[in-house]
Design a protein around this ligand. Structure first.
Ligand code: RIB
Ligand code: CA
Length: 323
């Protein structure tokens, strides 16, 4: 009998690092990807939907449905990080426009439906602001019964933020959604900047993908070309993570946990979200137990990033050469 693969929903705002992660999940061939649900984040919602379809088409997986989600965070206005990801959100690298269409349906409702109907608990790989995930939780009180875990690319505990001094982009864009998810009772693994900052994908890694891979490897090289050239990201700083020999694809670091959690060292902690003021979106951990609260989050703080990056490249190169 054919073995059933573990079900996964990817909530995403593609985004170069989202693309690199979606390619990895598909290339690993270890998961049943039930859907991509799309959030506003790196660029506007329309662009993110188009990019999800482009990514699936390059990967030859137009069978995976793409559902449009919320067009803006719960309280804040729509966000945009095209200064990192390029005007089209995928590095303006000429990825072909999609021929496939998005699937009718509303992202959070479809997420809740897929979870409800699944014969086994579903993992949510959350690579964007948590708006869609929070709305799904609010839509369906049954949701928490059948989610295995939410793997979140967000949070900054012992490192500096990348959107505000204390918050990661995905948490700062929608602090209210982050609060809802972290306090939902669903197991959350925070795979935020504490581990993302330990990752570097070097120029040599991208050359290897281009030279040994196929279409996906080639696009990963061209998509990141402009980002890799930006000298400001390469100036050494003692205060925040800068990289002299490459870039850090944050969503790939988070996806590494889905591929192999054994690469990570984690601690279960009580964690809450700052909702207003200059600290909005900060993930605050009570390491000393002052709050007398049970742990609600598995906090990842160390990772064997070299092993993860090697596997990311190996999987993509192998998939690029599949028959
Ligand atoms: O902090 C980086 C994160 O924000 C990544 O998920 C990136 O794609 C953006 O969503
Ligand atoms: Ca993302």
């Amino acid at each position: 009998m054919e073995k059933r693969l573990p079900p996964v929903i990817i909530d995403t705002d593609p985004g170069i690092d989202d693309a690199a992660s979606i390619f990895w999940v598909l290339a690993s061939e270890k998961f049943d990807v039930k859907a991509l649900t799309i959030a506003n984040g790196n660029i506007g919602l329309d662009g993110c939907v188009t990019n999800a379809l482009r990514i699936l088409e390059v990967a030859g997986r137009t069978d995976v449905p793409v559902y449009r989600g919320a067009y803006r965070p719960i309280l804040k206005g729509p966000m945009d990080a095209s200064w990192v990801h390029g005007k089209d959100g995928l590095g303006d690298a000429g990825l072909p426009m999609p021929t496939a269409k998005e699937t009718p349906g509303y992202g959070p409702a479809e997420m809740a439906r897929i979870v409800r109907e699944s014969p086994e608990p579903v993992t949510i790989l959350a690579l964007a602001p948590l708006t869609n995930v929070a709305l799904a939780i609010l839509l369906d009180p049954e949701m928490k019964k059948n989610v295995k875990e939410i793997l979140f690319m967000g949070g900054a505990v012992n490192v500096i933020g990348n959107d505000t001094p204390v918050a990661s982009f995905n948490a700062a864009v929608d602090p209210e959604a982050t609060y809802i998810v972290y306090n939902s009772g669903i197991p959350v693994v925070q795979l935020g900047l504490d581990i993302c900052d330990q990752f570097t994908e070097t120029d040599a890694d991208f050359e290897r993908l281009r030279d040994e891979g196929g279409p996906i490897g080639g696009y990963l090289y061209t998509m990141t070309e402009d980002w890799r050239k930006r000298s400001s990201m390469r100036e050494p700083s003692r205060w925040y993570k800068s990289r002299q020999d490459g870039i850090g694809l944050n969503d790939v670091a988070t996806t590494a946990y889905l591929i192999n959690p054994d690469w990570f060292t984690c601690e279960d902690v009580a964690c809450d979200i700052q909702l207003g003021g200059i600290g909005a979106g900060q993930t605050v951990v009570d390491f000393r137990g002052w709050w007398k609260k049970e742990p609600n989050v598995r906090f990842a703080y160390e990772v064997d990033s070299a092993a993860a990056v090697r596997q990311w490249m190996d999987d993509i190169i192998r998939y690029d050469h599949r028959q």
